[in-house]
Design a protein around this ligand. Structure first.
Ligand SMILES: Cc1cc2nc3c(=O)[nH]c(=O)nc-3n(C[C@H](O)[C@H](O)[C@H](O)COP(=O)(O)OP(=O)(O)OC[C@H]3O[C@@H](n4cnc5c(N)ncnc54)[C@H](O)[C@@H]3O)c2cc1C
Length: 415
């Protein structure tokens, strides 16, 4: 007889990222029993985006959480401004968006996740298991339907049996492969180097933004006493950079963003500079009987536009809108899971297509360039000249295509 301890729930979600936590919160709030498994012991991981877009602020508003969320230390960005070959260019203007808060919030992702997790923990039918790694799906022997997850913790293993298993375990998902579901990789010609440079809090320069110079592109996020830097490189070119040495790398950083020169002397070891391999992929089919993939597990996003967190949240909202009733009424079928893909596949595809176009048409030529162009590229000149055009990128980045609203209601249910 199998002696593995076993738990039972209505929905088991693997992954406590934006997608998994938000879905867990939404389902539990609407009366579904949920267990969220997160392999780490906390949310304090650095390789995360920091941008919460107007679409997510709208979701928080639907949930009555927006005012509390905005009490967290954060920055509000109404415009995206880039330094393009020395000229300041406003790329997106959020102020005209039809949203309760027409701005982008910059907040460390761990603060956002802690905020959602704290609200979810207050619900009796929500359980968050930290340090619990999903190892693979459990299938029913007779028909192969997914009926649970095997889990590993420092204290030992256990199984969770559930009416629905959700793989929200990110781009390196374990569950997707364990269930035999495929994913297609789409080309991403760039990687990102992720590092911190100290910032003097008295420094009047505080704006999060990006700088473009021939052969280089750097995004700097203001995190108070340090700049979180994302330096874009051609895919696979880290070894050549390392061979040229750290002095040369610091010089390159200083050439793109001279305000980083004093602080960049603290970069003394390549261990301080992490390689984030950019990946764009998507699953032809997001589901199997008893299993649904959402967020980066279903469609890994490029960091271009900083939209991945927000798309993951939109997936969670759509999934909760479509699955709450069937889960509560014990009538979930594969058709319900297919409906989630039908709703969210198109926005993911459109966004990925835009990211690929920007990577290939803008970023790759910038990185290959050795001299500034004689004049700024046409789209940049148009944005400079016609302020009204800045509303379009703001809409695409800030709201996205097919925005979701929370349609479920909070119900009280005894555990
Ligand atoms: C360099 C970089 C910068 C980015 N910047 C931005 C940005 O500024 N704004 C933005 O919106 N997006 C950004 N993104 C994209 C964004 O981070 C992702 O799209 C988003 O985090 C996806 O959310 P998710 O919940 O689907 O997955 P994830 O955030 O990856 O969360 C998955 C969670 O699952 C956990 N997990 C993994 N495997 C298991 C397992 N077997 N068992 C249990 N738990 C598991 C992980 O620990 C993690 O907590 C960036 C991406 C990169 C690579």
């Amino acid at each position: 007889m199998d002696a593995t301890p076993s738990l039972r729930t209505e929905c088991c979600i693997a992954g406590g990222g934006p997608a998994g936590l938000m879905l867990g919160f939404l389902l539990a709030r609407a009366g579904v029993d949920v267990i969220v498994l997160e392999k780490h012991l906390d949310f304090l991981r650095d390789f995360r985006g920091d941008t919460i877009h107007p679409s997510t602020l709208t979701v928080l508003d639907d949930l009555g959480l927006l005012e509390d969320f905005l009490k967290l230390p954060h920055d509000e960005v109404t415009e995206l401004v880039g330094d393009v070959y020395g000229e300041s260019v406003t790329i997106a203007d959020f102020t005209h968006l039809d949203a309760p808060r027409p701005f982008m919030v910059l907040v460390p992702q761990w603060d956002f996740l802690d905020f959602i997790a704290d609200r979810a923990r207050a619900l009796p039918n929500f359980s968050l298991r930290l340090g619990a790694k999903a190892l693979g799906v459990i299938e029913r022997p007779d028909d192969g339907a997914v009926i649970g997850v095997n889990v590993q913790t420092a204290e030992g293993g256990f199984a969770v049996h559930a009416d629905l298993v959700v793989a929200a375990d990110g781009r390196h998902t374990t569950l997707r492969g364990s269930a035999g579901l495929a994913s297609e990789d789409l080309a991403a010609p760039i990687d990102v180097l992720w590092f911190r440079v100290p910032r003097d809090r008295a420094d009047p320069r505080s704006q999060t933004g990006g700088s473009i110079r021939p052969g280089a592109l750097l995004v700097t996020l203001n995190r108070g006493d340090y700049w979180q830097c994302a330096y874009v490189i051609p895919k696979g070119s880290l070894a050549a950079l390392q061979a040229a040495g750290l002095d040369a790398f610091r010089d390159r950083v200083g050439a793109v963003a001279p305000f980083l020169v004093p602080g960049s002397s603290t970069l003394t070891d390549w261990d301080q500079i992490k390689l984030l391999s950019v990946q764009i992929s998507r699953m032809p089919r997001w589901w199997r009987d008893g299993l649904l993939c959402i967020g980066d597990a279903a469609h890994a996003m490029s960091p271009v536009g900083g939209v991945g967190i927000n798309l993951a949240i939109q997936d969670a909202v759509a999934a909760s809108n479509l699955l709450t009733e069937p889960l509560r009424e014990k009538r979930l079928t594969p058709e319900h899971l297919e409906a989630v893909q039908r709703r969210r596949d198109w926005p993911a595809r459109v966004t990925q297509r835009a990211q690929i176009a920007i990577q290939n048409e803008v970023l790759a030529p910038v990185l290959a360039g050795t001299a500034a162009p004689a004049e700024l590229p046409l789209p940049v000149r148009l944005l400079q000249r016609f302020a009204v055009l800045r509303r379009l990128p703001a809409r695409l980045v800030g709201i996205g295509v097919r925005p979701e609203r929370v349609e479920t209601r909070a119900v009280s249910r005894q555990p």
